[in-house]
Design a protein around this ligand. Structure first.
Ligand code: NAP
Length: 282
């Protein structure tokens, strides 16, 4: 299987373009899921305080020998701050707890999970995040679910754009206004729910499955390859080793311009997750 390329970020870091998401994987189960992914070649894990499984992720890293030393430095680990812990002191306290659970000296990326524009504290959080970055405990600062107005608001208050915006992105929810803004500002786009939690695998009345058949690959591989060719970072979640392997095996085929146009044409008005204007993830 060909290797996963890195994407260069505005802060000089390099993030593996394909990672493993672990939302809705129990703390007791996630260690084995992480071990399986690392054994298959994943070098990028995406978790969050809100997933309640950072301790299990830490146990998986340790069991794989990726919790310290050169192995740890070869792996990208992302976690996120709970919305209820937004604030300067509360973010610093949260980070201490999170890194203890993860059992590692630093995280590669720490993210604001939701913008909560109705209770905006991202500027305070950013001060805590930059302190953690100065201390070398966090390498890269990111946000999730930020729309252009939230990115502008943060920039006006802090003078910085995040290096990464992790947003819901898949063929039937393409958010081109957000991705265009991010690309103009040098913010890397990371797709969560990249296959719409499975709902897009048969999108477009056979469009995806026909492309998959033409290349002898699966529908998930077609969608993930489309993201990869768009320059997007992807973090598909699977607890099954065979699907983890499939979701990493994206570099032996390419899509034609016509195939890109067909997938681009599947954009629609239905999100799989929540609305960043109104949602808070306690
Ligand atoms: N920042 C945020 O607000 C936010 C929100 C949502 C998600 N995320 C992150 O993004 C990650 C991915 O998103 P997601 O978990 O919502 O959805 P997803 O990755 O689009 O889809 C995951 C679902 O698809 C199935 N699946 C995975 N690979 C497959 C394949 N090759 N063929 C068929 N089915 C497959 C999985 O089942 P099995 O596990 O049973 O294989 C699971 O039910 C999350 O785990 C999380 O890390 C972030």
């Amino acid at each position: 299987m060909a290797g996963v390329p890195d994407i260069s970020l505005s802060d000089g870091s390099r993030i593996p373009q394909v990672g493993l998401g672990v939302l809705r994987v129990d703390d007791g189960e996630v260690g084995g899921v992480v071990e399986s992914a690392i054994a298959l070649g994943y070098r990028h894990i995406d978790t969050a305080a809100g997933y309640g499984n950072e301790g299990g992720v830490g146990r998986g890293l340790k069991a794989s020998g990726y919790d310290s030393g050169p192995a740890r430095r070869s792996l990208w680990l992302t976690t996120k701050l709970r919305d209820s812990e937004q604030g300067y002191d509360s973010a610093l306290r949260a980070f201490d707890r999170q890194i203890g659970l993860l059992g590692t000296d630093y995280v590669d990326m720490y993210m604001i999970h939701w913008p909560t524009p109705f209770d905006w504290r991202a500027d305070q959080v950013w001060k805590a995040f930059t302190r953690l970055r100065d201390e070398g405990r966090v390498r890269t600062l990111g946000v999730c679910n930020f729309l252009p107005e939230h990115l502008e608001r943060l920039h006006a208050q802090t003078g910085e754009y995040p290096a990464v915006d992790q947003i819901e992105l898949h063929p039937t929810w393409q958010q081109r206004d957000v991705t265009d803004f991010c690309r103009r500002k040098g913010i890397a786009v990371e797709a969560y729910s990249p296959i719409a939690r499975g709902a897009d695998l048969d999108a477009g009345d056979g469009v995806i499955t026909a492309i998959a058949a033409a290349h002898g690959v699966s529908p998930a591989q077609v969608i993930l390859r489309w993201h990869v060719e768009n320059g997007t970072i992807v973090i598909p979640k699977s607890v099954h080793a065979d699907r983890q392997r499939e979701n990493l095996d994206l570099f032996g085929f390419s899509l034609s311009q016509a195939e890109h146009a067909a997938i681009d044409g599947l954009d629609g008005p239905t999100r799989a997750g929540h609305d960043p204007m109104t949602y808070a993830y306690a």
